[in-house]
Design a protein around this ligand. Structure first.
Ligand code: GLU
Length: 462
């Protein structure tokens, strides 16, 4: 049974790099008929905020990445304490007493001698008496995980065979002096307890994986498969995770009017060498998903490319993708037929408003040619109307007035829509309907200013 997790730490807003991890996990789960867990790594009480938990849920919902299950590390502390106690008893967690300054001094000395900054395990060699003495000084120990020497290796779904040696790694701190847990051990316990089969995350965690594999063995759990994605960079080559600027927060991208499916299509394609799959739903993307297509090179996130893609995605969006948002914006009358006629004229969803007004509300009409308008009223066919109506109607107007081409079509477009560009009129006409067409041609509400063309303010919705 495949089960994956997306595990943000709620210490900030999700950025576009988080979105990629969230998305690829989701696609992997759906591609394998598996489950998707949303886990909040909120053991850091100082930095975790409830508002970031809510923001992350909002962002994931917006992207369409529904989760099957949720977990919060802050609710599982008892379980971590239980496992940590067992590891203390088996000698895999040991108390350490050095102050940050002492550790810093040791690291500087190692560096000066050209050695890697690996913890020297001085605290491991303290006897009980020495430890009691330190405790009497008012010190409280924090706890490190004792790594074993020897090879730690795994077959990474993206990086292939990865191998470390335990003796080249530093024993990690897992419990702070105040009893709070750092991320490494709780994550291992959760992955084991909650049945995670695949851990798909950024390559900044590769070394953690070596350490965590030893923890997994120490608690007697079965190791999941790992996949480490290269971190995205911006076009200047700066790692996205290092540039948590508001420019790449999902919330910002959303407020800029970027379509969620544009982000999904873009992020799913980055690093595969394939073109984004425009107009595909998440389920369709999942049906084609193969984690093996993601390479080891860091993909570049290019906001301009996203911008262009956004327009193409919007033009290809089926009505279901936008219906909810249109209704929420008060455009509930908009239907699938309307959407299919106007979508190609939009660069942002919000651009739909003027076309909604044309079809369902009022527009500021422009009358440039009174003779033509009179003929148009006289020739207006009765309903029902379809895509052929426009041609029949304008044919009759042309015959009556001798107008052709632009001289025929532009004044009609202006009178009916108040604009001189837009969707094909033959498709727009049946949506506007005879009643509105007639009232616009009659200039109802029009005040005829001296000198020809006249404009009125929108008459508002019915
Ligand atoms: N909370 C960790 C992070 O945001 C999760 C890493 C993981 O997926 O294990 O980096």
């Amino acid at each position: 049974m495949v089960k994956v997790r997306f595990a943000p730490s709620p210490t900030g807003l999700l950025h576009i790099g988080n979105a990629r991890t969230a998305l690829l996990n989701w696609l992997f789960a759906r591609a394998h008929g598996g489950a998707y867990l949303l886990r909040f790594d909120d053991t850091d009480r100082e930095r975790s905020r409830e508002s970031y938990v809510e923001a992350a849920r909002r962002d994931l919902r917006w992207l369409g990445l529904a989760w099957d299950e949720q977990a919060r590390q802050s609710e599982r502390l008892e379980r971590y304490v239980e496992v940590a106690d067992a590891l203390r008893r088996s000698g895999r967690l040991y108390p350490c007493w050095e102050t940050p300054e002492e550790l810093e001094y040791k690291r500087n000395r190692q560096r000066a001698r050209g050695l890697p900054p690996i913890y020297d395990r001085a605290s491991l060699n303290l006897n009980e008496e020495e430890q009691a003495g330190l405790a009497a000084e008012g010190r409280r120990p924090y706890w490190r995980f004792l790594l074993k020497p020897g090879e730690v290796a795994w077959d990474d779904l993206i990086r292939g065979r990865v191998s470390f040696r335990g003796e080249h790694l530093s024993d990690p701190v897992v419990v702070r002096a105040d009893g709070s847990f750092l991320y490494l051990l709780p994550s291992v316990i959760d992955d084991a307890d909650l049945g995670i089969s695949h851990v798909i995350r950024g390559e900044d965690h590769v070394t953690n994986t070596a350490v965590q594999l030893q923890m997994i063995a120490a608690i007697g759990a079965e190791a999941p498969r790992f996949a480490h994605l290269p971190l995205m960079t911006d076009i200047a080559g700066v790692k996205v995770s290092k540039r948590l600027g508001t420019t790449i927060a999902l919330e910002t991208v959303r407020s800029e009017g970027i379509e969620p499916m544009a982000i999904n299509a873009y992020l799913a394609s980055l690093g595969t060498g394939e073109a984004p799959r425009i107009g595909e739903s998440l389920d369709e993307m999942a049906a084609n998903f193969d984690i093996g297509r993601y390479g080891r090179a860091a993909p570049k996130f290019d906001p301009q490319q996203l911008e262009q893609l956004n327009m193409r995605v919007l033009h290809a969006s089926p009505f279901e993708w936008v219906a909810g948002r249109l209704a929420a914006a008060g455009l509930g009358e908009a239907d699938a037929r309307f959407w299919s006629v106007v979508r190609e004229n939009l660069s942002r969803l919000e651009d739909v408003q003027p076309w909604f007004d044309v079809c369902y509300g009022g527009v500021p009409p422009v009358h440039e040619d009174a003779d033509l308008i009179r003929a148009a009223i006289a020739a207006l066919p009765p309903e029902p109307w379809d895509d052929e109506t426009w041609q029949r109607w304008t044919g009759a107007i042309g015959a009556a007035t001798g107008r052709r081409g632009r001289a025929l079509f532009m004044p009609l477009r202006q009178a009916l829509t108040g604009q001189d560009h837009g969707p094909e009129l033959k498709r727009l006409l049946p949506l506007i309907g005879r009643e509105r067409v007639l009232s616009r041609l009659r200039g109802e509400g029009l005040s005829f200013a001296q000198g020809g063309a006249s404009h009125v303010a929108p008459s508002g919705r019915r």
